[in-house]
Write a protein of this length. Structure first.
Length: 358
């Protein structure tokens, strides 16, 4: 427990004997006993000769002090006036003055103001922290959006590049295929020209002759197909150096649709020479055959059909139902493919032929 020094009011502990600030002694020393007056045997020391002449000043009787007066001087006015039996009783400190209500209100107001200010400060700090966090989050989202847009742009550019490369490759392939088809068409065109050239007369005459003598059909077959009844021999003298024409159509026996790109080959019975032509998209063909006196045999060839053809006659195959055409196709095929054409003068022979699919 702390106490205060009577001399300087400094706080000291109860066990302290001397104040560390002013050196005040809390326990007074007892004066020594006066034994010199009662003892006659004590030696008396004479002063030195130099001091023997000095007067001895005795204190006046009024200035003599007893023990109680000495204790009162040392302890000061703050200590009790009596010191009995070497027992010291410290003085009692006066109670501090009571605080007024105005002081209490002022202190309370200051506390409330401090709390309000601290609350406002804390709210401001929280709002500032939330704002900084929101700004950081917005910046992070913006950076992520930029990175995502950059990745999407790069992916789109890569996809466009791949699509462009694929389109260029496709165009190159299409161009190569078109060039190959053009070459094939050119080769086929040359073949057609060569075949047509073989069917022309030495004078390279093309087209129909003026006012051709067409042999009328003995019986109309009634339809787009069917052929004229034309004799294969003529009793008149052959008009050598001239030609006769053979015109016809080649079609599918089952579907009745015309067949293009069909090779029609005529073999000269006089010289053995072969003349060939090819059908167009409508299945039609026309051939100029030189008059040789003996005539020509025919062959019709297509990779998707049987080699034996059927010459249309009356009644035409077109008038027959498809079931009958399919059921009798094998029998007709065995008897087909034996047509001979001959004329001794300029004329037009019309023949239509049907092919059987393989």
């Amino acid at each position: 427990m702390l106490d205060r020094c009577p001399g300087c009011a400094h706080e000291v502990s109860d066990t302290a004997e001397v104040c560390p600030e002013c050196g005040f002694k809390f326990i007074a020393d007892a004066p020594p006993a006066n034994t010199h007056g009662a003892e006659d045997n004590d030696p008396i020391l004479d002063p030195p000769a130099s001091l023997s002449d000095d007067p001895v000043l005795d204190p006046p009787a009024s200035q003599e002090f007893d023990n109680d007066d000495l204790l009162a001087i040392q302890t000061g006015s703050g200590l009790p006036s009596t010191y009995e039996h070497d027992t010291y009783e410290p003085p009692k400190r006066p109670d501090p003055p009571a605080k007024s209500q105005a002081t209490i209100f002022v202190v309370a107001g200051l506390c409330i103001a401090a709390m309000a200010l601290s609350s406002v400060f804390i709210k401001h700090q929280k709002a500032e922290k939330a704002r900084l966090e929101a700004e950081a989050k917005t910046a992070a989202e913006a950076d992520a959006a930029k990175a995502r847009m950059a990745a999407e742009r790069a992916a789109a550019e890569q996809a466009a590049s791949l699509a462009k490369a694929a389109e260029q490759e496709r165009l190159a392939l299409a161009a190569a295929q078109a060039a190959e088809e053009e070459k094939a068409e050119l080769r086929e065109s040359r073949k057609r020209k060569h075949r047509s050239a073989l069917l022309d007369t030495p004078q390279r005459r093309r087209g129909l002759p003026e006012d051709p003598a067409v042999i009328a059909a003995a019986q109309d077959s009634g339809g787009g197909f069917g052929g004229f009844e034309v004799p294969t021999t003529d009793s008149a003298a052959p008009e050598f150096g001239k030609d006769f024409r053979v015109k016809g159509t080649v079609y599918d026996l089952f579907t009745m649709k015309p067949i293009g790109e069909v090779d029609v080959v005529f073999s000269d019975l006089q010289s053995g020479k072969q003349l060939a032509t090819v059908t167009d998209d409508s299945g039609g063909f026309i051939a100029h055959l030189p008059i040789n006196g003996k005539g020509y045999t025919m062959k019709i060839r297509h990779s998707g059909y049987e080699p034996n053809y059927l010459e249309d006659s009356a009644p035409s195959f077109k008038t027959l139902p498809i079931d009958q055409r399919k059921s009798q196709a094998g029998e007709w095929m065995r008897a087909g493919g034996k047509t001979t054409l001959n004329s001794n003068k300029k004329t037009l022979i019309r023949r239509d032929f049907a092919l059987i699919p393989k």
